[in-house]
Design a protein around this ligand. Structure first.
Ligand SMILES: *Cc1c(COP(=O)(O)O)cnc(C)c1O
Length: 366
């Protein structure tokens, strides 16, 4: 192996689509459609079709998608929102941005998804919503969480930032809750040449409200009906996404083929993988494993030209920013175990078979 195999390589994908992207960039440039406009409208329609939802609203990043979603639900100071502790921090930020309190819950010990068994105990009369995260590209147990939300009259939001095209019981994520939030950060499975995010929904009311909120609370120029934000999607970002969405299913399939090989061919029992219930079809944004002695495995992989990632080394409830909430170490043991023992193997569509072989062989010799 001459070069290190990284967790993610953005170079190859962008070389492959460069001519197509640049051609569309020319059009954005000659139309000076840099903020909102035709190219954003086009991508929104393409993404709504991809998610099988009536509407898709483009915004400036995935964090804003979550923030505006909670605003559209009317969540505010004094409210509580249930969030898994093992997620990227932005899921929790959105709750804080609207002045509400994130209430962190544990994941299961094997699927690493939000644990339906522990959610109900965290519901109080202040709870307004549950945000489920399709972690690493694998859908959480939507039926179980949705049943709890219905029973307690709570909103359900999908954080699908890592899960463009993932399926739950044969249906793509994006329409299981009131709204679903996506990130098009460059490193995501569907990533822009720049920062971008989106919200999908089947609700006309949320669609209208989100379009106003992202554009200074305005539907008629210089008339501001409520305090809004500048969270529009850029035209160049949208154009790059319109090119990439043509390939996303093919890229996801390649990731699924690599994951299948990892599952079948990595036979070392020092390596533990995310359990995949039969109702999920992951798109493997990340391929995370756990092992008893992570430091030793990290060093071993690095010595063998493999550069693993860490997603994520500190769970949300133990972040300094949330120390005011008073969570102690030991309070959410499965999320803490994962944070301390996880490691992300190389996973991207452009990995060649030689590289996949090398990862498998190296792990089996560990
Ligand atoms: C990436 C990500 C976000 C935030 O998206 P940005 O586009 O980076 O703002 C939110 N939630 C999860 C689970 C993510 O992975």
């Amino acid at each position: 192996m001459s070069n290190k195999i990284n967790c993610l390589d953005l170079q190859r994908q962008h070389q492959f689509i460069k001519a197509e992207v640049f051609e569309l960039f020319e059009k954005v440039y000659s139309d000076t459609a840099f903020s909102g406009g035709k190219f954003v409208d086009d991508f929104e329609n393409e993404f709504a079709t991809f998610c099988n939802t009536r509407f898709s609203i483009g915004v400036n990043n995935g964090t804003s998608a979550l923030h505006l979603t909670l605003m559209a639900l009317g969540i505010k100071s004094g409210d509580e929102v249930i969030v898994p502790a093992n997620t990227f921090i932005a899921t929790a930020w959105a709750v804080s941005y609207v002045g509400a309190t994130p209430v962190f819950v544990d994941c299961t010990s094997d699927t690493w998804e939000i644990d339906p068994e522990v959610v109900e105990a965290k519901i109080t009369n202040k709870t307004k919503a549950i945000i489920g995260v399709h972690l690493y590209g694998q859908p959480f147990d939507i039926d179980a969480i949705s049943a709890i939300a219905k029973k307690h009259n709570l909103f359900l939001v999908e954080d699908a930032a890592q899960a463009h095209g993932a399926e739950y019981k044969g249906k793509r994520v994006g329409s299981f809750g009131e709204m679903a939030c996506f990130s098009f950060y460059p490193g995501k499975n569907l990533g822009a040449c720049g920062e971008a995010g989106g919200i999908s929904t089947n609700s006309e009311v949320y669609n209208k409200h989100l379009r106003s909120l992202r554009n200074h609370g305005s539907t008629v120029r210089y008339h501001h009906d409520e305090i809004g934000y500048n969270m529009r999607m850029g035209g160049l970002e949208a154009a790059s996404l319109s090119v990439k969405i043509k390939y996303i299913s093919q890229w996801n399939q390649r990731r699924q083929a690599i994951a299948k090989r990892y599952h079948e061919e990595i036979t070392n029992d020092k390596i533990c993988m995310q359990k995949q219930p039969e109702w999920t079809k992951s798109i493997y944004h990340l391929f995370v494993v756990t092992t008893d002695d992570r430091a030793s495995l990290m060093k071993y992989l690095n010595d063998h030209d493999i550069n693993p990632g860490l997603h994520y080394p500190i769970p949300c409830h133990l972040q300094k920013a949330y120390s005011y909430l008073g969570y102690q170490k030991g309070s959410l043991p499965n999320a803490e175990y994962l944070a301390e023992h996880c490691l992300s193997l190389p996973m991207f569509a452009e990995m060649n078979d030689e590289e996949v072989n090398h990862v498998i062989e190296t792990l089996n010799k560990y």
